[in-house]
Design a protein around this ligand. Sequence first.
Ligand code: ZN
Length: 149
Amino acid sequence: MKIDQLYRQIIMDHYKNPRNKGLVDDASYLTIHLNNPSCGDELTIQLKIENNRIIDVKHQGHGCSICCSSASVMSDTIKNKTVDDALAIIHEFYEMIKGYSFNDQILTGEPVVYQGVSQFPARIKCATLAWKAAEKGLETKGGTKKHDG
Ligand code: ZN
């Protein structure tokens, strides 16, 4: 099997069987809503953070397969990470999506299936929407940004 076929299978698996899907009615979760007008994607992410660690991630939304599957992959990826580790992973994800070299010690596992998106600029916002929402939530929790200033 070619690697891009394998990647496509992983993306479709997350699209059809999303992990951590569904919102909770719980005020201890941070809720972040973002949309991507260029594609019509709409996404809500919820994060539960305790002692600087992300102990739960939820997501719900409508959109294309790239956007919805990416929310599922993101939720699996940052769950149980510290806020700073998650922000570092998100930063490397953006580098990869833009087609730049990225640190494969920090960004490991399923998120690398979106590498090919860098060749389709119109889809970059789809792939990063969930990660942007998570980043927004983590930054309000006082995580330190990789690049200050
Ligand atoms: Zn989209």
